[in-house]
Design a binder for this molecule. Structure first.
Ligand SMILES: NC(=O)c1ccc[n+]([C@@H]2O[C@H](COP(=O)([O-])OP(=O)(O)OC[C@H]3O[C@@H](n4cnc5c(N)ncnc54)[C@H](OP(=O)(O)O)[C@@H]3O)[C@@H](O)[C@H]2O)c1
Length: 265
C-alpha cells in the first residue's frame, strides 16, 4: 500500500500515518514542520513502514508536482495540511474583520494547496491499471463542518472549506467512473494543535484517534462525504436554511465570534 499524506507532521495527518505505518506500507509524508516530520518518519520506520518525507509548503506547486510524480504509484492520498483563523481585535475604526493577508493565505493553503497535490496525484492514479475491484486509488480531503455555515467567527476558513468540500463531492461521480474515489471529511472540532489555542467551549470535540478511525472507515468504503458529529452537521445545515440575518443573531452571540474571540494568527 502506497499512501501520501500532507499536513503529516501534526494532528489528523500524523495520526493517519501512525495508524497505517506497518511493513509493506510506503508512506509519502509532507509538511512544513521539518522536525515533527522527521520524528514521525522515525516512528513509522520503527513500525516497519518505508518512509519518504519532504518538507514542502503546499503553496509550492512545482515542488509538490515533482515530489508527487516521483511516488510513481499511489493507492491513497490524504490532504490534511491546513490553517484556521478567527476574528482579530477591533482596529481603530472599530472593525474586527480578518486581515487581507490572512484571508489570502487561507485560500492559498486550504484550497490551492489542496489542488497542488490533488492534480498530480489524480494524474498518477489515472495512468495505472484498475485493481480487481475496478479501483485506481482513493483521495481524501479534510474539509470541515465550518464549510456548511456562514459563521462570522471564521469567514475565510468556512469559505475555504466549503470550496474544497463542494469541489470534491461534485467531482466524485466523475472521477468515480475512472476508478478514483473522492472523500470529503466534514468534521467538527478534533482535539489537535489546531484547536488547542481556542479558549472557548468546543461542543462535540472528538479525539484525534476517534476522528481518524471514522475517516479511515469512510475512505475505505468510498464514501463521498464523511460527517461527524452528526448532530452538529444536521444543526449546521438547519442553521444555514435560516435567513442570514436570523442566523447572525445567534452566531454573533457565540464567544468565538467576538472580536479577538479566536486567536488571530
Ligand atoms: N482540528 C479540528 O478541529 C479540525 C476540524 C475540521 C477540519 N480540520 C481540518 O483538518 C486538517 C488537519 O488539521 P489538524 O487539526 O490536524 O491541524 P494541525 O494539527 O494544525 O495539522 C495541520 C498541519 O498542516 C501544516 N501546514 C499548515 N500550513 C501548511 C503549508 N502551507 N504547507 C504545508 N503544511 C502546512 C501545519 O503546520 P503548522 O503547525 O506550522 O501550521 C500542521 O503541521 C486541516 O485542513 C483542518 O482545517 C480540523
Amino acid at each position: 500500500m502506497r499512501v501520501l499524506i500532507s499536513g503529516a507532521a501534526s494532528g489528523i495527518g500524523r495520526e493517519i500515518a501512525r495508524v497505517l505505518a506497518r511493513p509493506g506500507c510506503v508512506l509519502f509524508l509532507t509538511d512544513i514542520q521539518a522536525e515533527a516530520l522527521w520524528v514521525l518518519g522515525e516512528y513509522c520506520r520503527a513500525q516497519g513502514a518505508e518512509v519518504q518525507s519532504a518538507v514542502l509548503d503546499v503553496r509550492d506547486r512545482a515542488g509538490l508536482e515533482a515530489w508527487v510524480h516521483q511516488a510513481q504509484v499511489l493507492d491513497y492520498v490524504f490532504l490534511c495540511a491546513g490553517i484556521t483563523g478567527g476574528r482579530p481585535p477591533c482596529d481603530h475604526y472599530g472593525v474586527a474583520v480578518e486581515r487581507e493577508e490572512r484571508v489570502r493565505a487561507m485560500f492559498d493553503i486550504n484550497v490551492v494547496g489542496v489542488l497542488n497535490i490533488f492534480y498530480p496525484a489524480a494524474a498518477l492514479m489515472k495512468r495505472r491499471r484498475r485493481n480487481a475491484r475496478g479501483l485506481r486509488g482513493r483521495i481524501c480531503v479534510i474539509s470541515s463542518v465550518a464549510g456548511f455555515v456562514s459563521y462570522p467567527g471564521t469567514p475565510s476558513y468556512g469559505a475555504s472549506k466549503a470550496a474544497v468540500d463542494r469541489l470534491f463531492v461534485a467531482m466524485a461521480p466523475l472521477l468515480g467512473g475512472a476508478g478514483i474515489t473522492l472523500t470529503s471529511v466534514c468534521c467538527g472540532f478534533v482535539d489537535t494543535a489546531m484547536v488547542w489555542r481556542n479558549d472557548f467551549p468546543m461542543p462535540g470535540l472528538v479525539s484525534v484517534e476517534e476522528a481518524v478511525s471514522r475517516i479511515m472507515r469512510g475512505v475505505r468504503r468510498g464514501k463521498r462525504r464523511v460527517v461527524f458529529p452528526l448532530w452538529l452537521v444536521v444543526g449546521s445545515r438547519l442553521m444555514d436554511l435560516l435567513p442570514p440575518r436570523w442566523a447572525e443573531r445567534c452566531y454573533l452571540r457565540q464567544p468565538s465570534a467576538q472580536p479577538a474571540g479566536m486567536p488571530d494568527f
